[in-house]
Design a binder for this molecule. Structure first.
Ligand code: NDP
Length: 295
């Protein structure tokens, strides 16, 4: 029997509905959760991401605004904008859209954001909190979204072998930190693989839960997957396709059709992990707003 599909669109819609309900509870207390996205330069892909984040905020009854700065903005000017947003009580979440132009130090920018407003979860304070399992942590949206896909799909994670392909700061490492914690959607025994891993398949074949985040189109084949495994494909890769209208199509890191034949559950690309990222950004922002009430 082919694997059950994990429907990221439907699960993200549920998360967004919960966020909207939480925002509606905060509104009568005069608190409208607000996300400010800062976009430096005119990268067309970034402009699309930023517009969808703003729209998603409005749909959830939140305040979403974008500050657009020219590509010539200096690092000092960008840091001054962040300082202003850090001090603004109407702003609960700050996200600087990456990549920033090369003359700006991205790490300096991330470190300048107040960790309490770092809804992207990239500040070292939040990275540390995720690692120690602090419930106040803002976890990066993509791995947090993967964890929600698992729990919402009723997948038992406790005691399972989780193998993560990729050790990036935005996906692989925080994914490992989340799954190794004690608690719901976690309690896994985690292995993290990367480009220097020897005999990758010997690791992936042990996985009860296999999470691919490597950015290599369809690299994970059926022979690399244990029968009955849960396969989560984070990859988003463009491959040339002359039959497609735009001349390309989007595929994941997993060879979907053949892996679907051996896995128990699998995420499609698109429509799996992708929609969860914005949903978790909204969830982090509404939580950041709520936390201002107890501070
Ligand atoms: P990075 O390029 O930052 O990291 C890729 C990781 O994969 C690295 O750790 C690298 O190892 C490892 N890797 C590369 N090739 C191999 C290989 N042949 N065998 C084993 N490991 C390998 O990518 P990201 O983490 O940013 O993104 C990964 C994928 O996820 C991309 O396709 C990206 O587009 C997608 N993505 C999707 C998101 C979503 O919303 N769905 C959000 C973020 C990313 P090493 O460290 O040794 O170089």
């Amino acid at each position: 029997m082919p694997a059950e599909l994990i429907d990221g669109v439907a699960i993200a819609a549920r998360v967004r509905a919960r966020v909207a309900a939480e925002a509606a509870v905060l509104a009568p207390r005069g608190l409208v959760p607000g996300l400010t996205v800062v976009l430096v330069g005119d990268d067309p892909a970034s402009a699309v991401y930023v517009a969808s984040k703003e729209k998603a905020c409005h749909e959830a009854g939140m305040r979403g605004e974008t500050i657009r700065l020219p590509a010539t903005t200096t690092e000092a000017e960008l840091l001054a904008v962040i300082d202003r947003l850090n001090a603004d009580p109407a702003v609960h979440g700050i996200l600087v859209q990456m990549p920033v132009p090369r003359h700006i130090d991205a790490q300096a920018v991330i470190r300048r954001i107040d960790p309490a407003k770092d809804v992207d979860g990239f500040h070292p304070v939040n990275a540390g909190k995720v690692l120690i399992g602090d419930p106040d942590a803002f976890a990066p949206c993509t791995p947090a979204g993967v964890q929600v896909l698992l729990t919402e799909s009723g997948i038992e994670t406790a005691g399972k072998e989780a193998v993560i392909l990729g050790r990036s700061t935005i996906v692989g490492k925080p994914m490992a930190a989340l799954l190794m914690q004690a608690g719901r959607g976690a309690d896994c025994t985690v292995t993290v693989c990367h480009s220097r891993t020897r005999d990758l398949a010997s690791h992936t074949r042990r996985a009860d839960i296999l999470i691919a985040a490597i950015g290599k189109p369809e690299m994970v084949t059926a022979e690399m997957v244990k029968p009955g495994a849960v396969v989560i494909d984070v990859g988003i890769n463009r491959v040339e396709d002359p039959t497609a209208k735009q001349g390309y199509r989007i595929v994941g890191d997993v060879r979907f059709e053949e892996v679907r034949a051996v896995a128990s559950h699998i995420t499609p690309v698109p429509g799996g992990v992708g929609p969860m990222t914005i949903a978790m950004l909204l969830a982090n922002t509404v939580r950041a707003a709520r936390l201002t009430l107890v501070r």
